[in-house]
Design a protein around this ligand. Structure first.
Ligand code: ATP
Ligand code: MG
Length: 260
């Protein structure tokens, strides 16, 4: 479903050139789940943006990158347009509120569906289905974004990403600015939705604790390189790279003590 071979991305920022992704290779089967962790600036967002052909024009790219059969680096723009949102959708980093404040959630979800060809009646039904999928009550359709909690809004953002029934969902730090319990709920929702819908899920986080209990694969990025990749449980039990060992050692450990 996603095949990446020796991907390199350089981004020019004025006179400076950043080697943001260094020789990354990766293959994900349909329905696979991958969590990518890594420190800030390690290239996680750049890798996801590359998968949808959304890198800035100043970026230079080499390697091979095929997403759902579309050669993202070589293929014509028309092919990307068919890929984006319909076959592969993305929850962008820091997009906790992509909604307009002056329209209800239902109208905004409906507008996206109608843009992609739904009739008004079909769109209304689909909005209800999408809200149910992300475990929001139907009444949310009539709510304005400011009336929702951060966690509810993030669920609505996920519903938006799922609007066109993509096969691939890329979620870039979808839990930033939420409290730890809601973060865990959102990550659990993403993994269970992916299992239920057969989605290929790529979830970026910088929180190893949050993704360490999930099923699927874990990849660790450092300074643009993918320094470790493998089954989550396996890598957590036997970390193959010193950076992952350091991250595991740094995880907080809490123990409940009996009240006196
Ligand atoms: N549009 C851009 N212009 C200039 N440099 C960029 C741009 N996008 C990314 N970079 C640089 O590329 C490198 C990787 O950035 P990226 O945003 O992919 O990191 P990240 O792992 O997603 O970090 P974070 O956890 O903070 O989101 C960084 O050095 C960053 O400064
Ligand atoms: Mg990022």
């Amino acid at each position: 479903m996603i095949e990446i071979e020796h991907l390199n991305v350089w981004i020019c920022a004025g006179a400076r050139e950043v080697h943001a992704v260094r020789d990354v290779s990766l293959a994900l089967e349909p329905g696979a789940h991958l969590a990518i962790i890594g420190e800030s600036g390690s290239g996680k967002s750049t890798l996801l943006l590359a998968m949808l052909g959304l890198l800035p024009p100043t970026a230079e790219v080499s390697g091979r990158l095929v997403v759902d059969g579309v050669d993202v680096l070589q293929g014509p723009e028309a092919e990307f347009n068919a890929l984006r949102w319909r076959r592969a959708a993305m929850v962008f980093q820091a997009s906790s509120n992509p909604f307009s404040p002056v329209r209800t959630i239902g109208r905004q979800l409906g507008a996206v569906l109608r843009f992609h060809g739904s009739t008004p009646v079909a769109a209304r039904g689909r909005v209800e289905d999408l809200l149910a999928m992300v475990r929001l009550p139907t009444s949310v359709a009539a709510a304005y974004p400011h009336q929702l909690s951060g966690g509810m809004r993030q669920r609505a953002v996920i519903a938006l990403a799922l609007a066109c029934a993509p096969k691939i969902l890329l979620a870039d730090e979808p839990t930033t600015a939420l409290d730890p319990i809601v973060q865990a709920e959102i990550v659990e929702l993403l993994f269970s939705l992916s299992a239920q819908l057969g989605l290929t899920l790529v979830l970026v986080s910088h929180d190893l604790q949050l993704v360490s209990h999930m099923t699927g694969d874990l990849a660790v990025m450092q300074a643009g390189e993918m320094v470790a990749c493998g089954a989550v449980g396996e890598l957590m039990a036997r970390p193959t790279h010193v950076h992952l060992r350091d991250l595991i050692t740094a995880l907080p450990r809490f123990e409940l003590t009996e009240a006196p």
